[in-house]
Design a protein. Structure first.
Length: 641
């Protein structure tokens, strides 16, 4: 009993410490603008974009990005995607090599450039890089455009056709539409400062995919071509399609000038507009560049071009975690955060209305400037944050009702919830030979979204497994459990997916003794590290099985600990050891910076800087409730130290 009492005291101190950190880090607008870090790809792309646009007044920005990129280089001359990657990443290394040379602040004789070149040549050269970098190399004149078997006229296929534009995920559409403009016009733009990368191409011809991949996709491509051939238009079909593709992008520019707040889609849009005849200094292009610059942040003093901002995600997560830790919603910090959250609820229709035409807007997005691109996860988290306020205030109650209504209507026909839209899950599109296509082309139901949505309904609206909607969600989760007891998440892999599934099902009334729950708990206990924590490698989503990191991280530990707590009736040794890891602050420096988020398998990983605080806060708050420990119910901002 004395040991548990001491643990409760240590947990309280850590909860209070995290809350004080959040007070210090909250911005004037009520949000938390922690970095959304994704390696060097966006930094490299920014340099290449600015040089292609010949924006010569951006030297200081380029210089700072060069310093960050050089600082990430490995001893063998390469750049990695994550710490324990077996060897350097070829695509990242070619990106860095290109950007550094194009910047003008490095030259081919510099030692780091020569080391990078040696790594590239030993590992297959620039012809072996990821498809998105091949696109960038082609459009900036470093190689000929590879053949792409799908014509841009595919964008004109009607909604009644078996495959059409809105069968693609919103993220896929945002990137593929500008790409199709570029590929179908063979756009190329070199400048006097363009480096010559021709010696990096060991094979003369660059291909987007292998002959075998094209053969696998032949039936889908044939269907698309048949649909295009059947289109009836007496004018120039190609020009009509290019015009509509251009309008699609322009109609989805957010208030900050970016195309749906994504770095990749915005840069591709800029290049596509150049291909359509826009000048380098056209207002749409200069506004888009300003929007990208506005998304930069500093990490340990270094400048980083964020892929997007995570302000809404950070703020909604932190807000509801603080309230779980006992801080009243009437506190100044929570009120400021709620004001920000309510100001970011969507009132405009987005593409999601194509699949749910009778539904009113009411969701929330991920990025600060997002107004038309909501997602399910941010919506549930925003609703958790404003629930207490919605009980008392009419205006907030209306926002709550709109959000809940939107969320309910977004359940897929299979019973699960996807990330962004409803029923965008035609598996036939996965046959298209696009690298990362599984994570790019469709938006199917996923374990993490379904589990977290059920957790919201169970804990915040008191729906349980008697409700037909909830029943369908539970059935979907049970069908997708792995043989070892784990679940795989779309945005965080195995520990994350298992946390979402178990906490979601228990919240809606599934028994702790259910075989699926017990199997999941046994799996988590089995993979716990000797130091009491948990840690998962980014290799998990490449190898499609759980791969331990070999070290514990605060984030993975918090997810696993919260899962065990949700199914516990008392403090077990595994729970005590997990909580001790979080309070003892034993995490190593590199594991704190290790990516916990999954973007695209093998190419895109995310380090959410708020995760080191918010998920430990959440799990430790739940530990205190389980153990009968003290929460921050009498906490005030005077506690800041």
């Amino acid at each position: 009993m004395e040991r548990i009492g001491n643990m409760k005291h240590q947990v309280y101190k850590e909860i209070n410490s995290i809350a004080n950190q959040f007070v210090q880090d909250q911005a004037e607008d009520g949000a938390w603008h922690y970095p959304f870090e994704t390696g060097i790809a966006s930094d490299c792309s920014m340099i290449i974009l600015l040089r292609t646009l010949e924006m010569n007044d951006e030297e200081e920005l380029i210089k700072e990005l060069v310093e960050r990129i050089v600082g990430k280089q490995q001893e063998d001359g390469s750049w990695k995607l994550f710490h324990d990657q077996d060897k350097g990443n070829l695509t990242s290394t070619v990106e860095a090599y290109y950007a550094l040379l194009y910047s003008g602040y490095r030259n081919p004789k510099d030692p780091e450039i020569q080391a990078a070149r040696r790594f590239i040549m030993v590992n297959g050269g620039a012809t072996e890089v990821h498809m998105f970098l091949k696109i960038l190399l082609a459009l900036t004149g470093q190689c000929a455009w590879p053949h792409f078997p799908v014509n841009i006229e595919v964008l004109l296929l009607p909604d009644s056709f078996p495959i059409n534009l809105f069968d693609l995920s919103v993220y896929g559409r945002a990137n593929l539409i500008p790409f199709l403009i570029l590929a179908n016009t063979n756009f190329r733009r070199r400048t006097p400062k363009s480096p010559d990368l021709s010696d990096l191409f060991l094979k003369r011809k660059v291909h987007f995919f292998t002959e075998e991949q094209e053969e696998d996709a032949r039936s889908v491509i044939k269907l698309i071509k048949q649909g295009i051939k059947a289109l009836k238009y007496h004018g120039n079909l190609r020009e009509l399609t290019l015009y509509r593709a251009e309008k699609y992008m322009l109609n989805r520019i957010e208030p900050d000038g970016t195309f749906l707040n994504y770095f990749s889609s915005t840069t591709l849009m800029i290049y596509a507009l150049l291909a359509r005849g826009y000048s380098n200094t056209h207002p749409v292009i200069t506004r888009a560049v300003q929007g990208l610059k506005a998304m930069t942040c500093r990490i340990n003093g270094e400048l980083h071009c964020q892929y997007t901002t995570a302000s809404i995600w950070n703020t909604t997560l932190i807000n509801y975690a603080l309230q779980e830790a006992g801080i009243p919603y009437s506190s100044n910090m929570i009120q400021k955060a709620n004001h920000y959250i309510l100001s970011r609820q969507h009132l405009k229709y987005g593409d999601w209305v194509i699949h749910e035409p009778n539904l009113l807007p009411g969701g929330w997005g991920f990025a600060d400037m997002n107004t038309i691109h909501p997602d399910i996860d941010d919506t549930t988290t925003a609703l958790r944050a404003i629930r207490s306020l919605a009980i008392e205030q009419v205006d907030c109650r209306q926002a709550w009702d709109r959000g809940v209504n939107w969320l309910i209507s977004m359940q897929n026909n299979d019973g699960g919830w996807a990330a962004f839209e409803k029923n965008v899950d035609k598996k036939v599109l996965n046959l298209l030979p696009l690298e990362g296509g599984k994570d790019l082309l469709i938006d199917p139901s996923t374990v993490d979204l379904t589990g977290r949505t059920l957790e919201f309904f169970g804990n915040y609206t008191h729906l349980d497994d008697h409700h037909p909607m909830v029943k369908r969600g539970i059935r979907w989760l049970l069908r997708h459990q792995n043989a070892d007891g784990s679940w795989v998440g779309r945005w965080g892999v195995y520990i994350y997916g298992t946390w979402a599934a178990v906490t979601g099902m228990i919240a809606v009334g599934v028994s702790r003794n259910h075989p699926a729950i017990q199997k999941a708990l046994a799996w988590l206990r089995k993979i716990q590290n000797p130091d009491g924590g948990w840690g998962e490698s980014c290799k998990s989503d490449i190898k499609n099985c759980y791969v331990p990191l070999g070290e514990s991280t605060r984030t993975h530990t918090a997810w696993a600990l919260d899962t065990l707590i949700s199914a516990a009736t008392g403090v077990t040794p595994e729970i005590e050891n997990g909580a001790a890891f979080l309070t003892d602050k034993k995490e190593k420096k590199w594991t704190a910076a290790y990516p916990k988020g999954r973007g695209m398998a093998g190419s895109f990983y995310i380090n959410y800087h708020c995760y080191e605080y918010v998920f430990p806060l959440l799990s430790l708050a739940h530990f205190q409730k389980l153990a009968g420990g003290q929460l921050l119910t009498d906490w005030s901002q005077k506690n800041v130290t």
